[in-house]
Design a protein around this ligand. Structure first.
Ligand code: AMP
Length: 512
């Protein structure tokens, strides 16, 4: 099996342009930037260490947010032939502990500013940023034979699970290579390209940054957390970054568009805008075209389980003619099959059904969860009779006569909140695990076909308790101990009991 082509392309960039900046942040310090040569050298040294010291075959947990060391660590794991699992500092310690338990004592690279605040007994070993920095200077290296290849897992992304536990999507090296090929054909390559690394590494949209940009010699630019909190500071930093490529969720760019100064004057070099992860509304598209008349704007789509698999350039004509916007044409190595939701039969073209994605970028399934994997992944055959993997997305959609895919919402209880993927069941499990709560149903409030916030309908454990504003605050604060902030419902509505439907389940429709 040939070693990761992505790592080969990345190494070629490092050899040819060692002094080119690979990554920098708005903080602007020496430690906040790294060039290609150093990224290569440091990741080689860390790879040599991981190969010797890390439990073999087990994913390396990389805990942190945005920093050059995060990229060094991802690349080092892949060069050592090991998967990496990014875990963001936004996750509460219970959730991090759950991930460590699922992986069963992984080595943890803790790269956050604060020390690792999770039970270290759950890890094989925890190395803090200073330890990692020292290892990066060892001068050691590994050969290509050590690199991940073929079906070896390249990365593991933990996403919200309906049963209340995050599930780890395993993506093999060959899928990463396929995504790199796809990116390379779609977007400009070459020097002097500066791309916005906006989303956290726990979100698959960041693959545009890690895989696409780093194999194409781009420079990545990220806002550090403090700067990110203020729109004016963010705009100032973005303006001086020289950005040419934008990658984010539609929600984030819509937030920026709310400020009239977000336009081509602010970002004069911006010529490519890639949006992914949730519905891109026509109104936002038209606004964006008005503000950035010379930029090419792309709507792209794909679940974590398949990576981004469709793309379409959104022109004014398209945005005015097609509402909702299509999510686009398929990566040539992937096909979409639309099946009847009840029978599973393939429906005629143009008819709505459940979207199944089949082909080169479909994940190998969920880490350690063959039950969950078997429920949504299968093996089918391509046109030549060769086996290919298929993923049942849970998305409702159809293909038009031009081969463009449309995605029109979910068939299950998964929602997108500002681009974050949330299983409502995950939040409900969190709520009922609190002593205060007996029963809970969580719904998403929507505006113009897009979820705006979560509403929790709650029955208290103590039937005599009189719920007050404070009770709601207490529930939210306890929930924050076990769920990331974005999963905590904005509104809590108390009920004495719930109406059941004919199947004896809580009637969600009646609640809505
Ligand atoms: P994630 O696994 O976080 O990438 O979320 C994938 C899900 O987000 C998909 O299954 C869709 O439901 C939704 N999604 C992603 N991109 C788009 C898009 N461009 N338009 C509409 N929905 C999208």
């Amino acid at each position: 099996m040939t070693a990761s082509r992505f790592l080969k392309e990345f190494s070629r960039e490092c050899r040819e342009y060692p002094n080119r900046i690979a990554y920098f942040t708005s903080r602007g310090g020496a430690a906040d930037s790294i060039n290609y040569g150093d990224l290569d050298r440091k990741s080689n040294a860390l790879a040599a260490f991981l190969k010797k010291e890390a439990p073999q075959g087990k994913p390396i947990v990389v805990y942190g947010h945005k920093s050059p060391l995060m990229l060094v660590s991802f690349l080092a794991a892949a060069k050592a032939g090991l998967p990496y699992a990014p875990v963001d500092v936004a996750y509460p310690s219970d959730r991090v502990a759950d991930i460590l338990e699922q992986i069963d004592h992984p080595l943890v690279l803790s790269l956050a500013d604060a020390p690792f605040a999770v039970d270290v007994a759950l890890a094989n070993r925890v190395l803090e940023a200073n330890d990692v920095l020292a290892i990066c200077e060892s001068g050691e290296s590994v050969s290509e034979e050590s690199w991940v290849s073929g079906d070896d897992i390249f990365y593991l992304l933990f996403t919200s699970g309906s049963t209340g536990r995050p599930k780890g999507v395993q993506m093999p090296s060959r899928c990463v290579d396929s995504f790199m090929d796809y990116f390379g054909k779609l977007f400009p390559v070459g020097q002097d390209r500066i791309s916005f690394n906006r989303v956290p590494y726990t979100f698959d949209v960041s693959l545009f940054d890690i895989v696409g940009a780093l194999s194409s010699g781009y420079t990545l630019f990220a806002l550090e957390s403090e700067c990110e909190k203020s729109m004016s500071a963010s705009f100032e930093a973005l303006a001086s970054s020289g950005l040419t490529t934008w990658v984010s969720t539609p929600s984030y760019i819509e937030m920026c568009l709310a400020d009239p100064s977000f336009d081509a004057q602010l970002l004069p070099r911006l010529d490519t805008i890639i949006l992914c992860g949730e519905v891109f509304r026509n109104t936002a598209a038209v606004k964006l075209i008005d503000r950035f008349p010379n930029a090419r704007i792309f709507n792209t789509y794909g679940p974590t389980e398949t990576q981004a698999v469709t793309d379409i350039e959104v022109t004014r004509e398209l945005a005015e003619q097609l509402n909702p916007l299509p999510v686009g044409y398929l990566n040539p190595e992937v096909r979409a099959v639309i099946r009847d939701v009840e029978t599973g039969e393939i429906v005629p073209q143009g008819q709505m059904g459940e979207v199944y994605l089949e082909g080169a970028t479909v994940s190998l399934g969920y880490f350690g969860r063959s039950d969950l994997t078997d429920a949504v992944f299968s093996v089918t055959t391509d046109e030549n009779g060769e086996p290919i993997r298929a993923y049942k997305t849970g998305d409702k959609g159809y293909l038009d006569g031009q081969g463009r895919l449309y995605c029109l919402g979910r068939l299950d209880f998964q929602v997108k909140l500002n681009g974050f993927r949330v299983e409502l069941g995950d939040v409900e499990q969190g709520l009922v695990s609190l002593p205060l709560v007996k029963e809970a149903v969580v719904l998403a409030a929507e505006k113009d076909g897009k979820a705006t916030h979560l509403v929790a309908h709650v029955q208290l454990a103590d039937p005599a308790a009189e719920p007050t504003f404070k009770t709601g605050q207490q529930i939210k604060s306890e929930l924050r101990q076990i769920l990331p902030d974005y999963m905590v419902p904005k509104k809590i509505v108390f009920h004495d009991g719930f109406v059941l439907n004919v199947n004896g389940k809580i009637d969600r429709k009646a609640l809505a």
